[in-house]
Design a protein. Structure first.
Length: 194
């Protein structure tokens, strides 16, 4: 059972993450300093470093949380068509990106480039589990068919397509390109169509 000190530590850590989220929605990533985060969270700089080793660490932790939001409500429904579930997943992904805004997403991309690591790997693992389960379900039910691409290979194609779309959006800054790119990703499921 968590004691008061543990609960306070969790609350402080989460407050730092939440403040980073707020800052990323209004400021460019490169202009955010640890002192800005500490001030917004009403904690000392030392307290921020107690929980995170850099602002990129905070941002990648935030990515992990956003991916948990994306995947927590996604369960493979054996009664619903797999293609429709895949489309809904991609739409949810796009909605999450759009709801966060361009500056937030741009900041996250910069943070990931600065410090690709543990949290991002965990975030991708959450997506991987869902996509592989979904494709495996479709193959088992006969809705999908393929002798050439495994669910694991499909996930690699999916995540590389998502990341490529986000990087393109990062440089071009046109929301229509993001929407078009994410809608094109839906076509990947056609690899498995009979």
């Amino acid at each position: 059972m968590a004691n008061t000190r543990d609960i306070q530590a969790q609350m402080t850590r989460q407050k730092i993450i939440d403040c980073m989220y707020e800052l990323l929605r209004t400021k460019e990533y490169n202009s955010i300093r640890i002192t800005d985060i500490a001030k917004k969270a009403n904690v000392s700089v030392g307290t921020v470093y107690l929980y995170f080793h850099s602002k990129a660490d905070i941002a990648t932790t935030l990515v992990h949380e956003r991916n948990e939001i994306l995947t927590q409500n996604q369960e493979v429904d054996t009664e619903a068509p797999v293609v429709e579930q895949f489309y809904r997943y991609v739409d949810s992904y796009l909605h999450l990106i759009q709801s966060d805004g361009f500056e937030f997403s741009r900041g996250i991309m910069l943070a990931l480039l600065e410090e690709y690591g543990g949290h991002q790997a965990t975030a991708i693992a959450l997506q991987k589990n869902y996509i592989i389960d979904l494709i495996s379900s479709g193959l088992s039910s006969g809705e999908l068919s393929s002798d050439t691409i495994t669910p694991d290979s499909f996930f690699r194609l999916f995540i590389n397509s998502v990341n490529g779309t986000l990087i393109e959006w990062f440089y071009i800054k046109e929301e229509n390109d993001l929407v078009t790119g994410m809608n094109n990703i839906k076509n990947l499921i056609q690899i498995y169509h009979k």
